[in-house]
Design a protein around this ligand. Structure first.
Ligand code: NAD
Length: 321
């Protein structure tokens, strides 16, 4: 089997490779070739950690495995380690033998950014010029970098609960040579594309703060109880997701569904748009919303891609296992 350590991922994985891997696996999920296994997430009663597994099988890409990991809140303070820790394990679907063990921390950020980026490619208006960010933490930088590659954006605007974090967005805008402006939430009406990536448990953005024609990617809500936008926005929008079952239970759609404002059937898979079986955006004044909940197959797809790159470049550690 091969080992690809966390420290090698940055030098191997590109945003393009992550985008391709995630776009392909979303397409496979919609065509029924790939499915995610039920997620396990446990409070283990040690170090206040949350630990779990996200797994799946992609018959088209022949990727089988799981991401194991979670959140250790004391890591940074006690040990100087990052709090989110994960490792991806891949198995040979023909034999069940372990195939690879891959550092999953940076890959998680890249695959999450790739998901909203795929949604922008397939659902945002072609003439989108202003991108609005809600959230300015660790993931927000990855999200913005990937999104900027999808359209000829001319300006970045941003809002964050903690304004001291806004320089994170400024830094990415500077890298891309684009102006950055901090705005109030009402200012988001100027945005053609909005990405929300926060740890919020209450709606931040009202339906009235989103202009017709906007594409919004809600990326922060990945757990029961979390929320970033007004459920009325999901009524006003055409709603797409990575996986419908997750969207309506742990994703942004959980609230609108629980309140009876929309039904499961109102949420479509982004993969169907990629495959051309769902038309996606059909007018310039339609609001499209992507509920990115994060699925195990995304992790497996980017891990498989990085193993190929590591083997090709002679960086993968091979062990007789
Ligand atoms: P981070 O701690 O670096 O940043 C958190 C962000 O949320 C900051 O912008 C902060 O100001 C904001 N925030 C915190 N509390 C808030 C509140 N009550 N209201 C509004 N904003 C608030 O975290 P991160 O690594 O950038 O992750 C952001 C979120 O993305 C997390 O909730 C994480 O679980 C989620 N996430 C989702 C996926 C996915 O696949 N959908 C993948 C990875 C992370």
């Amino acid at each position: 089997m091969y080992i690809v350590p966390e420290k090698e991922i940055a030098g191997l994985m590109t945003r393009e490779a992550a985008f391709d891997a995630v776009e392909k696996v979303f397409a496979s999920m919609a065509s029924g070739d790939a499915y995610n296994f039920p997620v396990v997430r446990e409070a283990i009663g040690h170090e206040d950690a949350l630990y779990g597994f996200k797994g799946g099988f992609d018959r088209a890409g022949l990727t089988l495995g799981l991401k194991a990991g979670g959140y250790w809140p004391n890591n940074l303070e006690k040990r100087g380690l990052i709090n989110h820790q994960s490792t991806v394990f891949l198995f040979d679907p023909d034999t069940g033998k372990a195939k690879a063990m891959v550092g999953g921390n940076l890959l998680t950020a890249l695959r999450t950014a790739a998901a909203s980026s795929v949604s922008i490619k397939h659902l945002a208006r072609k003439d989108a010029k202003v991108i609005g960010m809600i959230g300015a933490g660790h993931q927000a930088k990855f999200q913005l970098r990937a999104a900027l590659e999808q359209r000829e954006f001319e300006k970045v605007i941003g809002w964050n609960l903690h304004p001291d974090m806004l320089p994170n967005l400024q830094e990415v805008a500077d890298e891309a040579g684009l102006p950055f402006e901090a705005v109030e939430l009402d200012g988001m009406r100027e945005a053609d594309v909005i990405i929300s990536i926060t740890s919020s448990f209450d709606a931040i953005l009202n339906a009235g703060q989103v202009s017709p024609g906007t594409h919004i990617a809600c990326m922060g809500t990945d757990t029961k109880g979390k929320q970033e936008v007004d459920p009325q926005l999901l009524v006003a929008a055409d709603v797409f997701t990575d996986e419908v079952a997750q969207s309506i239970t742990i994703g942004e759609a959980q609230h609108a569904v629980a309140q009876g404002l929309i039904q499961e059937a109102d949420v479509a898979q982004i993969g169907a748009v990629i495959n051309g079986t769902n038309p996606g955006r059909t007018s310039d004044d339609q609001i499209t919303l992507f509920d990115g909940t994060g699925v195990g197959l995304q992790d497996l797809a980017v891990a498989a891609s990085v193993v190929d790159l590591a083997v090709a470049q002679g960086i993968a550690i091979e062990v007789d296992f």
